[in-house]
Design a protein around this ligand. Sequence first.
Ligand code: ASP
Ligand code: MG
Length: 453
Amino acid sequence: MIVMKFGGSSLANAERIRHVAGIVKAHLDRQPILVLSAMGDTTDHLLGAGETALKEGRLSFQGIIDLHRRAAEDLQLGEGSMQEITSLLDELRDLLMGISLLRELTGRTRDYLVSFGERLSVRIVASYLTKEGLRAHPLDAWDAGFLSDSNFTSAELLEESWSLIPARLLDPALEGSLPVVTGFIAKDEGGNITTLGRGGSDLSATMIGASCGAEEVQVWKDVDGILTADPNLVKKARVVDTISYEAASELAYFGAQVLHPRAMQPCIKTGTMVRVKNSYNPSVEGTRIMPAQGGKIPPIQAITSRKNVTLIDIVSSRMLGQHGFLGEVFTIFARGGISVDMVATSEVSVSLTVDSHYDLAQVRRELLGIASVEIKTGKAIVSIIGDVRRSSEILSRTFRICELLGIQVQMVSQGASKVNNSFIVDQGEAAEVVRGLHEEFFEEDPDSPKGVK
Ligand code: ASP
Ligand code: MG
């Protein structure tokens, strides 16, 4: 059995859905379970409609209606499915009406709102597959065993899901049918709809794959796989053929928007292979994500950069030979609900980075009570995902490139994950550094296998 997950851009319209049906048919012998995202940018549009209802008190979701109706008509779905789609769209209208009247949009309501994207897409696709002669069966995540906590907008799946999901999806009653499951959403114990965070349908797919003992989880995207660098920055970026779960997670977190950062977690537990494939280019092998194989991994697998980073330098002579100082610092960040990404410390200072979207006013005030603080915005994290056991070589070549480019490295950290060397530069310099490093590690010898020079 395999899991096949299709993202929004693979399901953008009727034509893309027909294409996806073709890919699914080609894999029927492997008894797929499908996991789907919302069609195209529907999640963004739903959030937009929610904001308009909240701020302007009016309904604006004609685009969402048109996209789904048009796809359903174009795919010539039967009367029954048209009715189901209409009734979901009516429910959506009622919800938006409620938001516009109450002028209130909590995390809980927002999750209910965005759930319509996936609920609509599984019905449209399953109905089309049925029309094509497959025994497809649309399932909302809660009917497929997805039980989460109540942390709306970025819920975590509860441990029970590990047994609930296979109990539902491997139920003999479903034998011989093709389950089409909503990605991204779940329900909490109170029966409220939750979501697993943006891009969360990857996690839905890996969770099904890991808990049901799938042979592999195929994540179908609109790119050929995980690339050695962002192709918008580096023309010669190429597909990485094999990468470890840890490296893939670091890549996801530090800027490569290929997979949801938490998506690897279920498969790390079970060793289930994940394969990133391109629905626009299905014959390409894609990237295999699997347990690290000692020794075989090239020194560098990918380079990524993440912008909108703020660097905070905290200096205090009180830190000298003291205990508890770092504890105080991190408590201040924790109280502010601020996630710290990179950290480096010396005897009298600690530097750390956070995403720039956080408001740091309160944290700054509290930090000033114990140290001197400097906050520098407009930074970028450049991450080199590779084998940290070869970090001396990697770092010496990296710093030589930075020196040649005249770029000042402002902080360095080597992750305990053993796959990530990261450093901070000015945001405006990130693209140049990534290009320089890509050339250094991947381009000089075009005949060498990936990354090995
Ligand atoms: N539709 C959701 C989003 O756009 C989930 C996903 O695509 O994975 O974030
Ligand atoms: Mg999406």
